[in-house]
Design a protein around this ligand. Structure first.
Ligand code: KE4
Length: 428
């Protein structure tokens, strides 16, 4: 496969941008090889600058749900742009987007639009601290909530660890109040609460973690987090930036029947343009400026083009049956990938939920970041390239997930499975 133009562009980009990319995972460091510079995309397909076409299972990390360049979304953005790009003033479309989100996610009575998932999570945690008058945050190793300092905390070994920076440049002070425990480790959560009964402002969690491959909560894990937060006066924050409007219109909270106090959203609700949101009860959200005393702001928050794209995307996934079809597709992918890997004699695990699926070269299902890290990432890298060479574009990291769109029909999935059967044999 010729990638000369991508190689040339990468050399040029690296002179100007770290790694030549605008976000680290795009650099292919985890899988090696040359990141593809994308020229155009349509439906389920993306085309790189060398003219190679791929069926895309990254979908802008889940932000694309209706398919690339969906005509309804493109037209919505065009029409919005014709009326002005950004005003920095309220618009009716923001109300409509808020109404649609509130209608789908019962735990959200009121929300604030922001421009990224990072901002949504950062702001939700600031609100939780204000609402409880406490400073400590408990998060789970491997769950990603954007790159704000307070959530870039590393886990130590064993029980809850406090205050370990997860990145250079994050001062110890910024994570001094961040407790990190293993996902699914209820004993560690209970111990953290017992040790600090009136210190924890919030437990923040991806209810279906999709940043350690796709992990899955043990039965009752999420409902137990709810109980513990109630018992100790802490808030439960669901980071549904990936799972929201992707595992169902009501997200993971609807799927598991667990109601968080605050929800973070992103990706799908912007239809591929920059939108994030955080929301919860009106009582809680009234603490946010300008009504309340918790400050949060953003020049391009509620941007008319992004809101138009988000509204159009939500409109396209609302009809009855859309998520049944997504679920059928992702379950088929999981089932047939597992069968093909078994046939090739490979240790392999998959997970599926709505328009999201996960895969790991692992003997055991991924229940925690330790499980994800123990998977065979070298083999994943070779599998990734064996698929890329056959025109299938998976996430360039074994710590990510697979994303479906409305444009992924049986034909695309047949192609994925056929390529996987060959790729499994190649990496066995
Ligand atoms: P953004 O700031 O990137 O919009 O959202 C941060 C975020 C928050 N919460 C969850 C659960 C997320 O998955 C993310 C971002 N997701 C990654 C993909 N795993 C974005 C891709 C990237 O970083 O380039």
């Amino acid at each position: 496969m010729r990638v000369n133009r991508s190689k040339r562009l990468l050399r040029r980009a690296r002179q100007l941008m770290p790694g030549g990319v605008s976000s680290p995972v795009r650099a292919f460091n985890s899988v090696g090889g040359t990141p593809r510079f994308i020229a155009r995309a349509s439906g389920s397909s993306i085309e790189d600058v060398d003219g190679n076409r791929y069926v895309d299972y990254v979908a802008s990390w889940g932000a694309i749900i209706a398919g690339h360049a969906h005509p309804v979304i493109v037209e919505a953005v065009r029409r919005a742009a014709a009326n002005g790009i950004s005003f920095g003033a309220p618009t009716e479309a923001e109300i409509e987007l808020a109404e649609r989100i509130v209608a789908c996610v019962p735990s959200i009575e009121m929300l604030r639009l922001v421009t990224s998932g990072t901002e949504a999570a950062m702001s939700a945690l600031r609100l939780a601290r204000a609402a409880t008058g406490r400073d400590r945050i408990l998060k789970f190793e491997g769950c990603y909530h954007g790159h704000a300092d307070a959530v870039l905390a590393a886990a130590g070994s064993g029980v809850a660890t406090l205050g370990i920076p997860g990145s250079a440049g994050v001062p110890a002070a910024a994570v001094a109040d961040t407790l990190v425990v293993a996902f699914n480790d209820l004993a560690a959560v209970e111990a953290a609460f017992t040790a600090r009964p009136d210190e924890i402002a919030a437990v923040v969690v991806e209810p279906i973690p999709a940043n350690m491959g796709l992990a899955w909560p043990d039965v009752d894990f999420l409902s137990r987090l709810r109980e513990l937060c109630d018992a100790f006066g802490s808030l439960l924050v669901f980071d549904e930036v990936i799972s929201g409007f992707r595992v169902g219109l009501g997200g993971a909270q609807e799927r598991f029947g667990v109601t968080p106090d605050l929800t973070c959203l992103g990706k799908v609700i912007g239809g591929g343009l920059p939108v994030g949101a955080y929301g919860g009860s009106a009582r809680l959200m009234q603490r946010i400026a300008p009504v309340g005393d918790v400050y949060q702001a953003g020049t391009l928050a509620g941007n008319p083009l992004a809101v138009a794209a988000g509204l159009a995307a939500l409109e396209l996934i609302t009809p009855p049956g859309v998520f049944d079809a997504f679920e059928a597709s992702s379950l088929r992918i999981a089932k047939e990938l597992e069968a093909a890997a078994r046939e090739a004699g490979l240790p392999f695990q998959t997970r599926a939920a709505g328009a999201l699926f996960g895969l790991a070269f692992s003997e055991t299902p991924v229940r925690s970041f330790a499980d994800a890290a123990a998977a065979d990432h070298d083999r994943y890298g070779r599998f990734f390239h064996a698929m890329l060479d056959q025109g299938i574009y998976l996430a360039p990291s074994g710590y990510e997930a697979g994303f479906l769109t409305l444009a992924h029909g049986d034909g695309e999935i047949d192609q994925l499975l056929q390529a996987a059967r060959r790729a499994f044999k190649k990496v066995a």
